[in-house]
Design a protein around this ligand. Structure first.
Ligand code: WTA
Length: 692
């Protein structure tokens, strides 16, 4: 058995109720109020009794099997899905070791299926046709809509028929630039139905970022809407798409069709800029198509979607997920990590433009036949009580969000929470960055009335689904810890040399064997896939995150160890921001680091060296920030621009980011050794300009 398994075995002797642990304060759900980070919060007996995984012992039994017999464990689960044809002899095939040849991961190869069929047709056949699949809550309170499973199926089929009609075929890319309308999951499912590969671009990205993604994957069609209202702001998405399409055509990728949904509440058709030979109104064409559409059966290893994410270098990476393993993995993680039951009403606040929206707004919930809420608006509009208003309105039982949202709502009066009942809630979830214990407590005590376990799910765009997560009802929790690995996940911590370390330790978080939801490659760049993720520690998938394990075996994520920063749970590469700054004609050089931020978790702090002779000015500062907004999107705008006559560099020219981080966080007495710098005076100059 693996080290981790031995480790978990010793953990699972932990009692399933409070007490018996003299060195810790043991607290049972429902009675907590003040507790320390290291306290254990036990699920109540009532919760555990009804849970899918009611005890550490049960977790251990399942985990053990998943590690000792992955093929058996996962094929048993996969058998409950619809397969046109079963997979071949080999349930999975993997090589995670660069020393042994190309990296390769395959699950259920030879199995023929369709994820849209499993999300919709299967559930309709199982009698869920009239169950609500999606509750849509618009930006304005009182504006809402619903779709049952059968209605959703009809809508998906109409769009799928249209896409086929304009020549979209299996394997073709479709770029989607939509806000949180029901048309977004509808589009994803319609692509999946015909075997097209969707590439959803978060509708907060700029025209330039959108163009970059279009040029990379060369879609047959781009799908968008004319505008969206978020809070009191109207955002003209179609204008952004128009600009992106001009740019992409200059790079040789021209798009024949731009299907545009008229989002009437935000903007009328008449005021939308239009290009007759290219643009098509969704409402003009889609309703005319038949509401049934034959499924394109695909291999388990055929690509389902592309999703671009940030890495350490400037160019975003096109993460490729395939069909079968992703389907089985998202559905299973959803079921266990949220202890999902058919009577649940589930709400995830993530946007489908990010991986969380792919796996846990669209696919995971629908594969389970769940009723899910999707929300178009901003969580503090018209006031900071909006989320709890929505929870009460739909009687939400499972609420999944990001620490940044928790922290931003925490700043307002508790009364915005307590004026709502929230009685329906039974499980809470967190994702995107480590949740600090004080936010955890507020979420747990106030929002969940001390009775809802919090699933602090650690995972990544690359992993497809949850990797380290509490299973509510199984384990006692510690505020801020993602607890233990999900079934089938061999999470290990390695040191700088790539040697696994055991017991109480901290180091780099890696995974030792494949899991069904793993990404299979980077779009058109398998070499970068191997270099980024598998070469740093041969034999392992390297996550890019630091992690420590405490004496009880709980995992604590400590954040990225590379040049990726999590701002409000959005993943941003410092290199991307730097290249946006440097593209400004008056900027000579830039270095961006992350600093702690009260609400966003991390904020972006930019050191900027100007071209010789250019004076500092507020105007220039604004125009530099504008460059980032234009090239990436508003969410990537630096919080601070610090003028830098020079940057601290080693003699070989490498920027010493460690020093910049200390200056940015004003830990000036912790600058460390600066003698190896090419010009040590640079540091004093920077300090002198800190508040300019
Ligand atoms: C961070 C989001 C701590 C982590 C699903 C990871 C977390 C990156 C957690 C991936 C968590 C996500 N605790 N850190 N529960 N969840 N992260 O690709 O640094 O947008 O590497 O996927 O977010 O971000 P991504």
């Amino acid at each position: 058995t693996t080290n981790h398994l031995r480790h978990v075995e010793s953990m699972a002797t932990m009692p399933s109720g409070a007490g018996n642990i003299p060195h810790l304060n043991a607290i049972v759900l429902g009675e907590a109020l003040a507790f320390e980070e290291n306290d254990l919060i036990f699920p109540s007996d009532d919760f555990s009794r009804q849970a899918h995984v009611p005890s550490p012992g049960k977790y251990l039994e399942m985990y053990k099997r998943s590690i000792e017999d992955p093929a058996g464990f996962w094929s048993d689960i996969a058998s409950s899905f619809y397969w046109k044809q079963k997979w071949g002899q080999q349930v999975y095939l993997e090589n995670l070791d660069v020393r042994k040849g190309d990296i390769r991961i395959e699950w259920f190869k030879g199995g023929i299926t369709n994820i849209c069929y499993n999300c919709l047709d299967s559930n309709v056949e199982a009698g869920l046709g009239d169950k609500i699949a999606l509750y849509w809550e618009g930006n304005e309170p009182g504006v809402d809509a619903t779709l049952t499973y059968i209605q959703l199926l009809h809508n998906v089929c109409q769009l799928a028929n249209y896409l086929k009609d304009i020549g979209v075929k299996k394997g073709d890319a479709v770029v989607v630039y939509l806000p949180m309308l029901m048309e977004l999951p509808i589009t994803m499912l319609a692509c999946a139905r015909i075997g097209a590969v969707h590439s959803v671009v978060f509708a907060g990205f700029s025209a330039e970022s959108l163009a970059q993604r279009i040029v990379d994957c060369k879609p047959k069609v781009v799908i968008t809407c004319n505008a969206v209202k978020r809070g009191s702001k109207v955002i003209h998405l179609k204008d952004i798409v128009d600009a992106a399409l001009i740019e992409s055509s200059q790079s040789g990728v021209s798009i024949d069709v731009c299907l545009t949904y008229e989002n009437q509440l935000a903007m009328k058709k008449e005021s939308t800029k239009w290009k007759e030979e290219r643009d098509v109104w969704w409402q003009d064409v889609i309703p005319k198509y038949p509401t049934t559409c034959a499924v394109e059966w695909v291999d388990a290893e055929d690509p389902l979607f592309l999703l671009y994410t940030s890495g350490s270098t400037g160019k975003p990476k096109g993460v490729v997920h395939t069909t079968g393993g992703y389907m089985v993995y998202t559905a299973t993680t959803f079921k266990y990590a949220f202890d999902y039951k058919p009577s649940d009403i589930y709400w995830c606040t993530a946007d489908c433009g990010w991986i969380t929206g792919h796996s846990y707004v669209t696919y995971g919930p629908l594969l389970n036949g769940a009723s899910a809420v999707i929300f178009e608006g901003a969580p503090n509009y018209p006031n900071p009580g909006r989320c709890w208003d929505i929870v009460d309105k739909y009687q939400v039982t499972i609420f999944y969000t990001a620490p940044t949202l928790v922290r931003s709502l925490m700043r307002d009066s508790d009364e915005y929470v307590t004026r709502y009942s929230r009685k329906s809630l039974r499980v809470l979830g967190s994702v995107g960055e480590p949740i600090n214990p004080s936010a955890w407590r507020w979420f747990f005590n106030l929002v969940g009335d001390s009775k809802c376990p919090i699933s602090d799910t650690w995972w990544q765009t690359e992993t497809g689904g949850f990797m380290i997560t509490p299973l509510p009802g199984a384990w006692p929790q510690k505020p801020g810890s993602a607890t233990f690995p999900f079934f089938g996940v061999q999470a290990v911590i390695v040191d700088e040399k790539g040697v696994e370390i055991e017991g109480e330790c901290s180091g780099y978080l890696c995974v030792k064997s494949s899991w069904p939801g793993a990404f299979r490659t980077l779009y058109c760049d398998h070499e970068r896939y191997e270099t980024t993720y598998f070469k740093p520690f041969p034999g392992y998938y390297f996550s890019g995150d630091g992690c420590s394990r405490d004496k009880d075996g709980y995992h604590w994520l400590t954040g990225r160890v590379d040049d990726v920063i999590n701002v409000s749970g959005h993943r941003i590469g410092t290199a991307e921001v730097e290249s946006a700054l440097v593209s400004h004609p008056q900027c000579a050089e830039a270095a961006v680091v992350g600093v702690e931020h009260e609400v966003k978790g991390q904020g972006l702090y930019a050191f900027v060296t100007l071209v010789e002779g250019v004076p500092y000015s507020e105007e220039l500062r604004k125009s530099l920030i504008l460059n980032v907004r234009k090239q990436i999107g508003a969410f990537a705008a630096p919080d601070k621009v610090h003028w830098a006559p020079g940057l601290p560099k080693t003699r070989s020219g490498k920027i010493m980011r460690r020093i910049l981080r200390k200056i940015a966080s004003r830990q000036l007495d912790e600058l460390g050794d600066t003698s190896t710098l090419a010009d040590p005076n640079v540091v004093d100059q920077l300090i002198a300009l800190a508040d300019v």
